[in-house]
Design a protein around this ligand. Structure first.
Ligand code: DX5
Ligand code: ZN
Length: 217
């Protein structure tokens, strides 16, 4: 089993105490930044200025998760803001490849995400381009939802498909992960754990070390 990385999802932090939240999760492997446009998902969050602020306020790798329609329209702003990885939803555009090309041209890591109802077979033509595969384990749009149990099989299948290729691809899961279910999620094959409310929910991330210890136990 490879190393497990943890990516706190700052969406769940107290918006009035974002600086504190960033300090609390120092030492995490990656920061997960959720961008929502009110169209692709029924919620609105932040934009490129927020990504830029997180880059300034933290040493962590920033993965920008774009839950927006036609993300290729907005990529340049999130690239300029300093995103290290940008994750695009295959459901959000007929031109996923255009977005992937733009990321590669700008040396930004390529993340691809699938909603719970989207089969892994949509990746058949683009596996070679992907650095990070983000499997949604809730319907995207909100933090604090319950993990969809059927996604465990999908994680296992994705693990199998990734292991059968030479390229290294990080397998990430996003939604409803907590200290209780993270063990079976990692056993299924996930190696990047995105967690929002489990890390920031109670005290803005002050107990983040506890979550990490439980996750890595
Ligand atoms: C949901 C977002 C998630 C969210 C996860 O659409 O993509 O990153 O912040 O939150 P939890 O861990 O609370 O499910
Ligand atoms: Zn996310």
């Amino acid at each position: 089993m490879g190393d497990v990385k943890i990516a706190p999802s700052i969406l769940a932090a107290d918006p009035l105490k974002l600086g504190e939240a960033l300090k609390n999760v120092k030492g995490a492997d990656m920061l997960h930044l959720d961008i929502m446009d009110g169209h692709f998902v029924p919620n609105i969050s932040m934009g490129p200025a927020f990504v830029e602020a997180c880059k300034r306020g933290s040493d962590l790798i920033c993965e920008t998760h774009l839950m927006v329609e036609k993300p290729e329209r907005l990529l340049s702003g999130f690239i300029a803001a300093g995103s290290d990885i940008i994750t695009l939803h295959v459901e959000s555009t007929p031109h996923i490849y255009r977005g992937i090309q733009e990321l590669k041209e700008n040396n930004v890591g390529v993340g691809v995400s699938l909603n719970p109802g989207t089969p892994l077979s949509v990746l058949d033509s683009i596996w070679e381009e992907i650095d990070l595969l983000l499997l949604m384990t809730v319907n995207p749009g909100f933090g604090g939802q319950a993990f969809i149990p059927g996604m465990l099989e999908k994680i296992k299948e994705a693990r199998y498909l990734i292991d059968s290729r030479e390229k290294e691809i990080d397998l990430a899961v996003d939604g409803g992960v907590n200290a209780e279910n993270v063990g079976e999620i990692v056993s299924a094959g996930a190696r990047v754990i995105v967690a929002g409310s489990a890390i920031f929910g109670d005290n803005n991330g002050a107990d983040w070390d506890l979550f990490r210890r439980k996750t890595l136990a």
